[in-house]
Design a binder for this molecule. Structure first.
Ligand SMILES: Nc1ncnc2c1ncn2[C@@H]1O[C@H](COP(=O)(O)OP(=O)(O)OP(=O)(O)O)[C@@H](O)[C@H]1O
Length: 322
């Protein structure tokens, strides 16, 4: 089956007074109907840039190369007005700061009515109330201001708005980061429900916390400093990571069923490179325990190591975890 979204060698930069920040620099991946793709990596690796480019590709961010196809339609050369036709209907986002996304001066019903009008729809009380019910919110929230709602309730209202036009692809950007563990579980269950009910067809779930992805993602893509490090099935990425960076990320997580004082968590020494002037080879080379000369000279090419599993590393492979 053809992928819902095909991203090929995508480059997205920021223009700054000091030069171009190469935040996404040659990223390729596919997203298939029915799947949840987790996107993980340390702060600053380009997760938000990547997904914001699909929905709000505005200055200072700009397109610098490559291709993004949604059901075969190229998105990178669409005019703003055509992009607006796709936004929320084909690709939608629950933004990173969802709790602050609701206008404080309007009641929820007005916020939803204005959102629908902006996209050419009339308020549909039945649909809105059904969706509120799906996320365990009483319809009385419609007559309340955002400030009268708890953080979790606001998050659910944003989820309802982001999915109201039944988008093919839903991007969830750090939607669980500001929540306690039980609220995190609830949000994940809601997203799964949206998939099961056919309201959304695929999800891109962005987080810096890989452990959350274990609960929801079918596949995980690990980004490092604007490049893909590894992409593969969730189980393989978490239980048998192959790229040295993925390994380091997994080693830095607390393990299940081991007492905290007995955990041996390893932090990753060093810092990601500046993306204003990134190194010419592998961007992880300076922090990598297995780097070889070639790594500092050439950007690693995709190496397929299993069905749906690829790494971008000159010196990692099946023997890395032995
Ligand atoms: N408006 C901007 N202008 C210039 N550089 C930017 C801008 N926004 C982000 N960047 C840079 O782009 C790179 C990628 O940032 P991005 O926010 O996409 O990373 P992230 O992985 O989503 O991080 P986080 O987990 O902290 O949200 C970083 O080097 C960041 O400093």
């Amino acid at each position: 089956m053809n992928p819902l979204l095909e991203v090929n060698n995508l480059k997205v930069y920021y223009s700054t007074l000091k030069g171009e920040v190469k935040a996404i620099d040659g990223v390729s991946f596919n997203l298939h109907e029915g799947e949840v793709l987790g996107i993980a990596g340390e702060s600053g690796c380009g997760k938000s840039t990547l997904v914001n480019f699909f929905v709000f590709p505005y200055e200072p961010m700009h397109y610098a190369g490559g291709s993004v196809k949604l059901r075969g339609m190229e998105l990178t050369n669409l005019a703003d007005k055509d992009m607006n036709k796709i936004l929320y209907k084909k690709i939608s986002i629950i933004p990173q700061y969802a709790l602050d996304a609701l206008s404080p001066t309007k009641k929820i019903k007005r916020i939803i009515t204005d959102f629908l009008a902006e996209h050419g729809y009339q308020y549909d009380a039945k649909k809105v109330e059904e969706r509120l019910e799906m996320v365990n919110l009483d319809k009385s929230v419609l007559n309340r201001y955002p400030v009268e709602l708890s953080g979790g309730m606001k998050q659910r209202v944003v989820m309802v708005i982001s999915t109201l036009l039944d988008p093919d692809i839903l991007i969830a950007d750090e939607v669980t980061s500001a929540l306690d563990v039980s609220s995190q579980k609830f949000v994940i269950q809601m997203l799964e429900k949206f998939m099961h009910e056919g309201i959304v067809k695929s999800i891109m779930f962005i987080t810096h916390d890989i452990s959350v992805l274990y609960q929801i993602a079918n596949r995980i893509m690990i980004l490092y400093a604007g490049h893909v490090a590894e992409i593969g099935p969730t189980d393989e990425i978490i239980k048998n990571p192959k790229h040295p960076y993925t390994k380091a990320l997994i080693d830095s997580l607390p393990k299940m069923n081991i007492k905290f004082e007995e955990q041996r968590l390893k932090s990753i020494p060093g810092h990601p490179p500046m993306l204003l002037n990134p190194p010419s080879g592998c961007r992880f080379a300076d922090r990598c325990p297995v780097a070889i000369d070639k790594c500092r000279k050439a950007v690693p090419q995709e190496k397929r190591i299993g069905e749906n599993h690829s790494i971008y590393c000159w010196n990692a492979g099946d023997d890395l975890n032995d």
